[in-house]
Design a protein around this ligand. Sequence first.
Ligand code: ARG
Length: 356
Amino acid sequence: MTLELSVPRVGADTPRTATPCTFLMCPPTYFDVVYTINPWMDLTVPVDTARAVEQWEALRRTYERHGHTVHVVDPQPGLPDMVYAANGGIVVGGRALAPRFTHAERQAEGPVFSRWFDDAARAGVLGPDGVSVGQADELNEGEGDLLLAGDLLLAGTGFRTSRAAHAELGRRLRLGEQGITVVTLELVDPRYYHLDTALTVLAPGLVAYLPEAFSRESLDTLRDLFPDAILADPDDAAALGLNAVSDGRHVYLNAAATGMHARLRERGFEPVGIEIDEILKGGGSVKCCTLTLRPTQHPVVEPTSLVAEPTSPVVEPTSPVVEPVETTQRWNVVSTGPTTGGVVSTGSTTPRRAAR
Ligand code: ARG
């Protein structure tokens, strides 16, 4: 009898497969820094809008060269941050939810993205049964704070998107029906004010993050969920090296985030460096410029990689939406049950993920 040992391969020779993606982007036609709503925005540093447009065009061409599809939303005068299209909402399983911005300066973007989703749904861009469900009721800055990692929707809070918005997501996006659980993560460093500046999803069960950007409790959650995560250091994060887009093999990120490039190569990914310093002046990089559209025909839920202990979450379909209170509860999990707005409690043990 042969004994087969299954040893997780997480080195530079780990095979990585690219999947074609569909993105939404917005050209920086009106990009500028005329207000300060994050610590990166310095009113004394001039912005070269033409250069921002060139850098953005290069990013778009890079995606297309790698086989990805890019849709474009028309930029609007007076909305200089529209280039950060990741904040334009979130699309899961063909259901598109438009954002509600925290700061007055960006609030008018919400309806613009909402209308784009309406048109996209009609045109079939969101897939055969794709639907635009309108704007969020709660403060919700889209994929800036909401990152899908397999069957987990990692949801940032602390600076922009509210906890109430995390609860709203389950209902509006029908996450329960799609087998997706929302995991709340609290951000504590104002420089990393959106989740996508502090964490990047590289593959369904693999993320990279800056530990210092998270509260103690959220850090415990991340360690439990992603034991093989790439841990970034403050230099990687300061170059916005975590503000990256992965297609499963290629990782598109700031060319200047060289430390992060090395960490990615060590795990078998191919970093694709993007010159983006002009767009960086508003406090965002590659991921901020990129919203992932997940049309209905694309598989949303990966074959589950959770080795559950217990085997499945305990669903209490009739309970109201509340934060779990058990002292042994390590996640702030807010989700819908399969058909109702109930809470999914993960019980006293945290499910473990297979090594990646
Ligand atoms: N100036 C923009 C803001 O503060 C930058 C947004 C960056 N977007 C992102 N997805 N992190 O809102």
